[in-house]
Ligand binder design. Structure first.
Ligand code: NDP
Length: 240
């Protein structure tokens, strides 16, 4: 059977990269979206399209999805993953960092939803996996706005899940703990970064993004009438 199109935002590194590779390995055509085009192209995935898209730019996101759908057929899976974590002491943080996180982690998520939702509704099928975090389930010092954006992802996911249920469209939320990716490159506050890294070291490090990709593929691969609503994954020793 011909496999259907998977669209992945934030596919140029980390969890998005691992998931794009996983879906590709399973035979799906894949649309990869992020700002670092050359990285996505360097993966050389068969049946794939890479587009330089900033998820805050709704028009270019919609255009890229349309282009991929014209080539590969309708989107059956959206991994709404692009995000940044500018963790910092809130009292000393430049508010421009709040804007960046809010724009990418909330508006970016809505833009990607917008690009696929109508099509999935009209076809009565599809799966949307929204990337939250353990920071979307509990709050941490130095995570203030990041937590806010991830709680946002939980809130809209619950609402959209009920809205899309009658159309047989599944909405999954995944909430990882510490995963080994480039995410810490977004942390500019030296103290916060040090505390995070010390904690990470203390628990023996983060886990591989490949496990998150496996979980997403598992949830996607269940029959369409089976919805794994939420998934939370952490290193075993991550007690915080
Ligand atoms: P990475 O930094 O490795 O990946 C982030 C991805 O998002 C990159 O591909 C980046 O691509 C993309 N991205 C960032 N901003 C934009 C933008 N404006 N437009 C398009 N793409 C963008 O980190 P992770 O893989 O860890 O992060 C993926 C998601 O997982 C994020 O939402 C993060 O919050 C979440 N998460 C991560 C955890 C972890 O411990 N690693 C834990 C819990 C959640 P580019 O820079 O090329 O645009």
């Amino acid at each position: 059977m011909t496999k259907k199109l998977a669209v992945i935002t934030g596919a140029s590194s980390g969890i998005g990269e691992a998931t794009a590779k996983r879906f590709s390995k399973e035979g799906h055509p894949v649309l990869m979206l992020a700002r670092r085009l050359e990285k996505m192209e360097s993966f050389n995935l068969p049946n794939s399209m890479s587009r330089k898209v900033d998820v805050t730019d709704r028009d270019s996101l919609v255009k890229a999805v349309k282009e991929a759908e014209d080539k590969f057929g309708p989107t059956d899976m959206l991994f709404n993953n692009a995000g940044i974590a500018r963790l910092a002491d809130i009292g000393n943080q430049n508010p421009s960092e709040w804007d960046e996180m809010i724009n990418i982690n909330t508006n970016g998520v809505m833009n990607a939803l917008y690009a696929v939702m109508d099509g999935m509704k009209s076809r009565k099928g599809g799966t949307i996996v929204n990337m939250s975090s353990i920071a979307g389930r509990k709050v941490y010092p130095d995570h203030t706005v990041y937590c806010g954006t991830k709680y946002f992802v939980h809130a809209i996911s619950e609402s959209i899940r009920s809205y899309l249920a009658p159309y047989d469209v599944r909405v999954v939320v995944i909430s990882p703990g510490i995963i080994e990716t480039e995410v810490l490159s977004g942390v500019l506050d030296k103290n916060t970064l040090k505390n995070y890294q010390d904690n990470k070291k203390r628990i023996g490090g983060g886990i591989s993004a490949d496990y998150v990709a496996d979980m997403i593929y598992f949830a996607y691969n269940m029959p369409q009438n089976v919805l794994i609503q939420e998934m939370c994954v952490t290193p075993t020793r991550q007690e915080f």
